[in-house]
Structures are given as C-alpha cells and as structure tokens.
Write a protein of this length. Sequence first.
Lengths: 296, 162
Amino acid sequence: MPIIDHLQVLKGLTVQEAMRRQVIRLDQNAFLDQAIRAMTKFKVNALLVMGQDQAALGVVSKTDLMTAYYGGLPLQTPLESIMVGPPLFCQPQDSLDVALDQMREFRVHRLYVRGGENEAVIGVLAFPDIVGMLYRFCYRCDRSLLQRRERQDDLNWDESFLVREVMTPEVTVFSETDSLFDVMGGLAEFKFGAVPLADSSGQPTGVVSKSDLVMAYLHGLDPETEAKLVMSSPVVVCDQEELLLTVIKRLIFADLHRIFVYKDRPQDLVGVLSLSDAARFRSGSCRACLVSRIKI
Amino acid sequence: MGEFAKDVMEPRFLTVTPEQTITAAVQVFRQAAEATGERVFGLMVTDHQGKLVGMLSMYDIFLLIRPKHIHIWGEMSDLELSGIIDAACHQAGKMLVGDIMTTDLITITPDTHLLHVLDIMIKKHVRRIPVIDAGQVVGIVYISRVFNSLLEKLTGAAAACR
C-alpha cells in the first residue's frame, strides 16, 4: 500500500496505487485442499490459477470452493476443474475509475494487474483494498465531511456516527440444526458472506461464513452435518445505537469482516455491518470527490 | 565434514501433527530449539505413521497472525490498539497445523550431494529440507548447517593457497 502523504482528492488515481503486489497463485494441477490452505494462510478470498507455461488461466474463489463442497467434489480435485477463467485483467496505469467500472460490469470483486514487457501478472486489485485505500485518503482529506464536522460543530466526529446509519438493514437467520447444505444454499441464494444461526428459541448462537464452510470441507465433514458444529460462537453483535468507532474496533480486534446488529435485545437482529460498509460511509462523506460515487 | 546431506543434516528433530493447534506447535518449536541448541524456525509435519505430510514455518505463523484488515486500520490514529497482538495470537492459536501447513514438499535423501542441496535452497527459496530414507524422515538439513560446512571448506581452501 502506498504511504498517504498528501491530501488531494482521489480523482486521477491509478490502479498501481491501490493494487496489492502479493498475488497468491497455485498451479492448475494443485488440489482444492492446497487452495483452502493458501486462502486460510494468506487471508484472501480468491487465488490465481497458473498454467504450465506460467500463464494466468483462471481464478478460484471461496465461493467456488463452497460450490465444490456442495457438489461433493473430492479435495484431490485439480483447481483447473473448478476455476473460472480467463481472469479479468487491467493495467497498472489504468485509472481506478475505469477499473471499478470493469468490476461492476463483470460483477467481480477483483482484477489482476498485468504489466512489464512480458505482460506478467504483477498485482491484484481487490475491492476491500480499494475501500481501505479510499478510507485512508479520505481520512486525511480536509474536504471530507469528517473534517468539516469537526471544525464546524466542534464535535469529536467519531462520536457522531451510529451503527444504524451505516449498516445494511437486512439479515437472514438460519437454524443451528440446519445442515451445511442448507446454509450453503442460503449463502448462494442471498449472496451473503456469512449468516447467523439461532437455537429453537430464536436466540442467535453462532455464525457460519464461507471461510467456515471451506474449512469444514478441508476437515472432511459431511455436508449433512448440522451447521452448529462449524459455527463461530458466540455471534459477534452490537446494538444499532452503538458508536461506529467502537464497533469498528471490535471488528478489528476479532479479525472479522462483519458484525451483526440488533435493536433493543441481542436476539433481535436487524442488520449487518461490514468494514466495507463502514469504510464506504466514511469515505463517501465527501461529495466533492470520486469516493462518494463508488458503489460496493 | 563430508559432502552429502547425511553429513550436514540434523538427525535430532521434533515433529508436529496436522491435528495439533498452532499453540501446541509453538511449544514444539521451543522444545526443538532446546533439544538441538539451535534456533528452530520450521518444523516437519508428520501423520500418525510418521510419514511426512507437510512443513510448518515461522512465516506461516506470521501470516496467520497478521490481521486481515490491517490495510484499513493502519492509519486510524484514533483507534486504541493496545491488546491487538494478544487478540491476533489468540485467534491464530486456535487454528490447526493442517489448516496452514505447506504441502508442496521438497525432500532429499541422505545421499543427496551438498551442492545439489545448495542448488535446491537457492532455486526454491527454502531454508530447511527434510531428509527421507525409505519413506521415513531421518533428519533435516538447515541452511545454516550448509553454510557452516561450506565455510569450513572455504577456510581450508584459503589455508591451502597460502
């Protein structure tokens, strides 16, 4: 990530300023279990699949691995059998604007960056990295709402935002006795990254994410297994009236991407807050710059 | 000092299993260092039959501890970060060795020539290589042992030139 040492708005930013140079890649003949280990270790949601001649052939994501689990593929299946290819590419000098348009058009969360004389893959542009970088720029920009609020109202801005202003007000709860099959079906249908589980009394007891499901796959669990056996527990929740800053801190400390939000009582989940939500809201506070027009 | 892997390999080694937690594996790192009197930054992972199934390195554990979202919060000076390392270590410690071990293995035999060992270490960017004989792990060659062995030979060659 570049060092943010200036206060200009984001217009004119290029891919190379936002891309990540570490690209996790595996050979097309590597097996699915190797991909799960690599994604777990490097904490990424997808990796690049390479051919024998070092050409980038495709991409395998956690969603693809979850689908392989759902379909009963053995872990010793080569990646080339489930990869989606060819990958989508951009150039380091492309504007971030153009790259984001490309991501929206093809409904992908990442582009691989090719450059140099031989057009080798030199980086990856993933949406979470863009969000993080935008946040960093906006955090320092004196045109942002954050700065203006501080000056005009003489308030500490981090006390001004509440979770309910930023969260996605939609959540689907599964039963903890539902099978992994059921949960995988739900995640695919609603395009969620994770769902909360509840016991028979409706009390939220845990969360199952795509990461939990691919780990279940790696550990050889039958997909008919009850979801509660793989869930992360307890459900990390917050009150919708809590300060955004407090909740972001909790997400960071737990190394989580999202937290479920309740109203009045912890069992009454009303939404979900992800770091992307938080970054989008806070980055998007300034209407003068490109940030505010980015859709996640 | 001879010229083969068997001459530089460390025959005393401890291993971990894929089912052990990272917390348990870290204890083995310490025990291995005490047993050999050298710093140990990588362990072999064996199954219950003693067959080599993976490698676990210090770098693997670093990757696991590194917070996923660090790129977002790196400049958030308004966040109180005390306790972040403890939290990251607590999370990482619960994972299993088999969840993050490297399974793309490079091995040698006791009779692999030292220059061949050197070549593998350079080309594959590895600092330790398990030594396998008849399907069983018999030792491990550390890059420091290779270097020390070559130092002796280089010193000897220099003395002969004088």
